[in-house]
Design a protein. Structure first.
Lengths: 476, 204
């Protein structure tokens, strides 16, 4: 009779974050709001510490908990990305929350639990771990969306996200139960061994599983919640939503597709191609009419998820490497842009109208330059980082003979460039409006780093691309 | 047909019928009572499968706690469900269409029911034989060792739900008198009683 604990080492980042979150929760409950600065600082420290542990753990592929938890190079790459995104979003939130009188020590703790959920998702190697990770992340996100509880919009965002999220979890579970029923196992390697072409029931489960996952990454047609939630939630929460959870969602999408269903590629490939095309096209066209910059970013993120899925649709190591590079660059671009959005304050009030950015080049030339670079990059204009992100996924799609998909992607990208460039035109060509308040230091820090990354990526892209290729190779 | 199969069809039929009644009953209290009947039937099915631990957990947790809580909520909130159902007929055609599509898909799935041989092996392999280990022990062995993270993560999910409920609803009201034991004990006579010398015939 074997009653020993499995090795806990591979799960150390998650354990550190959760134990730390519990300690900070105790501190907060004991000291009240006086503990908030300590909790905020501690939360960032824990995220950095977890990132350091991910780097320092012995290399190669580690597996524990009966094979249901995997720490391979793929997981390491995405975990570091998710942790960096979460830490940056948390760092950017402090000034905004203080100005809006939303400072609660629970905010940092919810960021920690959500991040722990993402790490579990990224490492999951069976359906139960996957589901628990998804729920841990989603539940924290629902609460964060509604954290401005005296605002009707924030409450509505939280409620909408919760109801639709619960529905998508139901679809995910239904799909998981069908997959389990037709393969007799929940572990991805076991599913891969049992999943052969020709079993319609298994494909049925696969469709439901993908529908649930598509909801979590807000791919069309499961995107309906995104604009409303992004607009209604407080801006730092939106910045958090747009960065780290997407990384985790895409990670699990790739792992389920590549690890669990490698023998029925044509069956899931057509689903992913449809999701990619629909997301790219809707992201490009629906964003054109937006006046609110958070709604615009919501449609922008839908479009970018579409481009990322192009890499997955290829289903090759090059495609997955493209997905990883895309996610890294997307997180940088999104965080930088949100740093600018968070800095849009006038007379102590947050401003969300795009037109208010008019003439920013004359009032804040440095911010306008960096925001302009980020927007050009989001549009995918060379030689900025966003171009290379798109380049790698489209190249992988062409190598996999998905010519139509690549062409539609490029066309959508051109259409999408319109609304990014319109903001640049507003900033540089139009008459200036009253100046914004000077940017808070953490925002300037994040904007500077992401802006430089986006501008100078083309000089030395090798480390990121090589890391992504090594990570992608570990899946196949 | 053996007795076990007979009971299986009996409980399965009761579970399906009462599940239907949960959404069909006019009175929400009846809905919850039918929900309890569904749970009990499902528990009976577990007993037939030899999983008595899961059956008892289902009864204790779902019937004993969750469903009774539902009942409390339904009775206390006094929601007018008849009014909520006003648009029911209006949406019936669309709903029926979706239902028919799902039914056709399900029939297609069942029509090509094929379980991979690997699946059968996976099902038969890891379970320890019933005559050596009871299923309670079997679950306990893996739940607290190999798969301890399932258990812990589920606990964290519940904790987050609790934090969320407190964050979103708890309000510290001003001017509400609360008991503060430390302050009560630290109170001295000098802090609370003030002696006033009142001159005769003058009042305070």
């Amino acid at each position: 009779m074997n009653l020993t604990l499995p090795a806990l080492g591979p799960a150390l980042p998650e354990i550190v974050i959760l134990v730390g979150a519990l300690a900070l929760l105790f501190l907060g409950a004991w000291r009240g709001e006086a503990a908030r600065p300590v909790v905020d600082f501690g939360a960032i420290l824990l995220l950095v510490l977890a990132g350091a542990i991910v780097v320092l753990l012995p290399g190669g592929t580690l597996s524990t908990f009966g094979g249901s938890f995997l720490l391979d190079p793929f997981a390491r790459f995405l975990k570091i990305l998710a942790l960096a995104g979460a830490a940056a979003a948390l760092l950017m939130s402090f000034d905004f929350l203080r100005a809006e009188k939303l400072e609660r020590y629970e905010f940092g703790i919810l960021v920690l639990t959500a991040t722990a959920g993402m790490l579990v998702m990224i490492s999951s190697n069976d359906l139960i771990t996957l589901y628990l990770g998804v729920e841990l992340m989603s539940l924290s996100l629902y609460v964060m969306a509604a954290i401005q509880r005296d605002s009707v919009r924030s409450t509505e965002a939280g409620l909408k996200y919760f109801v639709l999220g619960a529905l998508s979890s139901g679809m995910l579970l239904y799909g998981a139960s069908l997959v389990y029923g037709f393969t007799g196992t929940v572990g991805f390697p076991g599913i891969a061994a049992a999943a052969k072409a020709g079993s319609l029931g298994l494909v049925f489960g696969l469709v439901f599983l993908f529908a649930g996952l598509a909801f979590k990454v807000s791919a069309v047609p499961f995107h309906m919640w995104t604009p409303d939630v992004y607009e209604g939630a407080p801006t730092p929460v939106t910045a958090f939503f747009a960065a780290a959870p997407k990384v985790a969602g895409i990670a699990i999408f790739v792992r389920v597709a590549i690890d669990a269903f490698p023998n029925i590629v044509p069956q899931w490939q057509q689903i992913v191609i449809f999701l990619a095309i629909a997301s790219m096209v809707l992201g490009a066209f629906a964003a054109i009419g937006q006046r609110n910059i958070k709604r615009l970013m919501a449609y922008s993120s839908i479009g970018h998820v579409g481009y990322t899925l192009v890499g997955l649709a290829a289903g090759t190591p090059a495609g997955v490497a493209g997905v990883l590079v895309y996610m890294a660059i997307y997180v940088a671009m999104t965080l930088g842009t949100f740093a600018c959005i968070l800095a849009m304050r006038r007379n102590g009030e947050a401003i969300e109208e795009i037109d208010e950015l008019a003439g920013l080049a004359r009032t804040q030339p440095m911010v306008a330059f960096l925001l302009g670079a980020l927007l050009f990059s989001l549009a995918g204009i060379p030689p900025l980082a966003g171009f290379f992100a798109k380049f790698y996924v489209f190249l992988a799609a062409i190598e996999a003979r998905l010519y139509a998909l690549a062409v539609i992607g490029v066309v959508a990208s051109v259409v999408g460039a319109y609304y990014y460039l319109r903001i640049v035109k507003l900033m540089y060509m139009d008459e200036p409006k009253a100046a914004f308040e000077p940017m808070a230091r953490p925002l300037g820090f994040v904007l500077g780093i992401t802006g430089l990354f986006v501008l100078l990526f083309f000089v030395y892209p090798a480390p990121l691309v090589a890391a992504a290729q090594a990570a992608a190779q570990s899946l196949f | 047909m053996t007795i076990a199969a007979l009971f299986f069809y009996l409980y399965a039929a009761v579970a399906c019928a009462s599940a239907f009644m949960v959404i069909a009953a006019r009175n929400p209290v009846h809905s919850v009572l039918f929900l309890i009947l569904t749970f009990v039937s499902a528990a009976a099915l577990f007993v037939l499968l030899g999983a008595e631990f899961l059956a008892m957990i289902l009864v204790v947790v779902y019937v004993g706690a969750v469903a009774v809580l539902f009942l409390f909520v339904v009775m206390m909130l006094d929601v007018d469900f008849a009014e909520l159902r006003q648009g029911f007929l209006q949406y019936l055609p669309v709903g029926a269409l979706v239902g028919v599509i799902f039914l056709v898909e399900l029939v297609l799935v069942l029509g090509t029911w094929a379980v991979a041989p690997e699946a059968m092996r996976a099902i038969q392999a890891p379970i320890p034989p019933l005559d050596q280990v009871s299923n309670t022990q079997a679950i306990g062995r893996v739940l607290y060792t190999t798969y301890v993270h399932y258990f812990q993560l589920a606990g964290v999910v519940l904790l987050v739900a609790m934090i969320g409920a407190i964050v979103l609803t708890l309000r510290h009201k001003e001017n509400v008198k609360r008991q503060d034991v430390g302050r009560q004990i630290a109170r001295t006579r000098a802090m609370s009683v003030e002696l006033k010398k009142v001159e005769p015939g003058q009042g305070i």
